[in-house]
Structure formats: C-alpha cells, structure tokens
Design a protein around this ligand. Structure first.
Ligand code: NAD
Length: 307
C-alpha cells in the first residue's frame, strides 16, 4: 500500500516541489496530503500537480501555528495515519536585532520551531504504536552555522536541530526515523518576502553604522549568494531520490562554508572567516564568489580530475 505523506506549507517553494515530486513517483509509492494555511493559494500547486491531483495528491488546510487546525486536518486523514511527515512550513527573517521586538522574534519561533514540534506531537503516538514512521524537517544550513543578521532565524533552526537530534535517539527504539534536510540558499519566494519586509522597515532603535552594514554590505552580499549558489526548489526535492540521512545538506557548494565550523572546534575560524567575507566585501567576497562560479561551471573540477 502507498505510504501517506503529509507535507506542510505547500502553496509555494520547497513544500510545493516536495509534494509534487512524491505525488509523481513513477512507482506510486506515496499518497501525498499537501497542506497549506490558506486554500485560496492552492492554484499554483494544482497546476504543478497536474494529473496527480485527486489521485496521489490531495490538498488540505493546515496552519502549523494552530492546535485546532492541526487537529482538524488529522481528523480528515483516514485512521489519522501519517507514515511520513515533512515539516516544511517556515518563515525567514533578517535584520539587526535591535530593530526586532521580542514579540516578533516569538512569532518566528512560533512557526519555525513550535510549528514543527506541534506537527511532530500530532503524529508521534501513532508512529510509535505502529513501530514505523519517518519525520523529516526542512531545516537549513543556518541550523548548523549562524549567519550575520540572521540571528533569530538561525536560532529558530538551531532549536529545531537540537530538538530533532535529541528525539532521533529515542525514536530509533520505535523504528521511527528522523531526517533534517539542510538547504543552502534556495530561489523561492523566501528571499523576495524578506526583501519586501526589509524595504518597509525603518530599523527603529538601531545605530546608523549597523543599518549601513546591513543595507549596504549584507543585503547585496546576500543577494549575490542567492544568485551564485541558489538552488531550485525541485533540486532540493531531489533528496527524495533516496531516503534522506539524519542530516542531509542539499547544496554541495555551500558545504565548505559549514565545514569551517567543524575544522576548528574553537569556533574562531568560522567567526573570523565570515567576518572577513562580509567586511572585506569589496575584495575577498567577490573573489570567493568568482571562485564559486568557476566551480559551478565545472572547469575547475575538470582541471583537477586525474585523467
Ligand atoms: P516559501 O516562503 O516559498 O515557503 C514557505 C511556506 O510555508 C509558504 O508556503 C508559507 O505559506 C508556509 N507557511 C508559513 N507559515 C505557515 C503556517 N503557520 N502554517 C502553514 N504554512 C505556513 O519558502 P521556502 O524557501 O520554500 O521555505 C520552505 C522551508 O525551507 C522553510 O522552513 C525555510 O526555512 C526552509 N529553507 C529555505 C531556504 C531558502 O533559501 N529559501 C533555505 C534553507 C531552508
């Protein structure tokens, strides 16, 4: 029998791509419940799902921030049985911490951390009882490595990583597996939404030098990283070509940046490298991006591959 997969946040981006990828599985191994907070936004998914709509993919409403919405969604699933949960719903956030209220920070945790936890709690008892299941969380490389001006977003993803790392050990005893998918930059609505929010903000309570670093140094650098290294959501969905490992980074070009952290346990190497990358933006950053572009085109790889 096909396995029931519930995906959160499917109106766009990675969630949409994952739902469609699994629904179009040539061996029809999955019955996908593609969920979204606002059903008025389902058209893009319906179009992408094509013939699978109503067959291997169906759409349901689910807001990961609402207990009642989660309960209602689970009631509409036959037997409440979910074999694979894909926690994808998430919100981004960038900006100087001085300008972000604690309430706003809580909102980010409410979706990225408590939203995932709420979903895991909803499926866990049944998975344990059946001694079978797979919980997947779309985390981020920022769940492993903090990035300047992404303080709160990175913290919310670190929280998810700590939670899952602890839970994974207990769940092995019940034959339930946990995976964290850790994309680098992905070209979805995510960056666009962030840029819109940032363009509206006046950054209250933030000194002019910090606002200048954020707007004139960080934002262009971030944009360049998305342009140079950004993956497509469908490329991220390809992690399902096989069962994702406990930790699965999707972007091999980004992996060296995360590896810095593990290369030097004192942490100085990564902090100082990121500092130099950002504040020597004019030279080092452009050189790094040129080298990465070169790697992307493959000429470097061809040159170093022994004949
Ligand atoms: P996106 O904005 O296209 O998708 C996020 C989805 O989550 C949207 O459909 C949104 O409506 C939904 N969502 C937000 N709050 C929700 C709620 N309360 N209930 C249900 N759905 C809700 O962006 P994306 O890039 O596809 O992001 C998907 C996931 O990937 C997020 O968890 C994000 O943190 C993670 N991620 C994104 C990137 C990137 O660069 N885009 C990189 C690494 C990780």
């Amino acid at each position: 029998a096909p396995r029931t997969v519930l995906v959160t946040g499917c109106s766009s981006g990675i969630g949409l791509a994952v739902a469609v990828r699994l629904a179009q599985d040539p061996q029809q191994r999955y019955q996908v419940i593609a969920t979204m907070r606002d059903l008025r936004k389902k058209e893009k998914l319906e179009q992408a799902a094509g013939e699978t709509l109503g067959k291997t993919l169906r759409i349901q409403r689910l807001d990961v921030c609402s207990d009642s919405s989660v309960a209602e969604c689970m009631e509409n699933i036959p037997g409440g049985r979910v074999d694979v949960l894909v926690n994808n719903a998430g919100v981004g956030h960038v900006g100087p911490v001085e300008s972000i209220s604690v309430e706003e920070m809580k909102g980010i945790f409410e979706t990225n951390f408590f939203g995932a936890v709420r979903m895991i709690k909803a499926v866990l008892p049944d998975m344990k009882r059946r001694q079978s299941g797979h919980i997947v969380v779309i985390s981020s490389v920022m769940g492993l490595q903090g990035i300047v001006f992404n303080d709160v977003y990175a913290a919310s993803k670190f929280a998810v990583e700590g939670f899952c790392e602890s839970l994974a050990v207990q769940l092995l005893q019940f034959n339930v597996f946990v995976s964290m998918v850790e994309p680098g930059p992905v070209n979805t609505d995510f960056e666009l939404k962030l840029m819109e929010e940032v363009s509206r903000s006046e950054f209250p309570g933030t000194d002019p030098a910090t606002v200048r670093y954020f707007k004139d140094v960080y934002l262009p650098a971030s944009h360049e990283i998305f342009t140079t290294l950004g993956q497509s959501p469908t490329a991220v969905a390809e992690v399902w070509a096989r069962r994702p490992a406990f930790r699965t980074q999707t972007n091999s070009l980004y992996t060296p940046l995360v590896a810095l952290k593990y290369a030097d346990p004192s942490g100085d190497l990564s902090v100082r490298t990121y500092y130099r990358l950002l504040f020597n933006y004019g030279t080092l950053f452009h050189l790094s991006m040129a080298a990465l572009r070169c790697l992307t085109c493959g000429c470097f790889r061809r040159r170093v591959t022994p004949v």
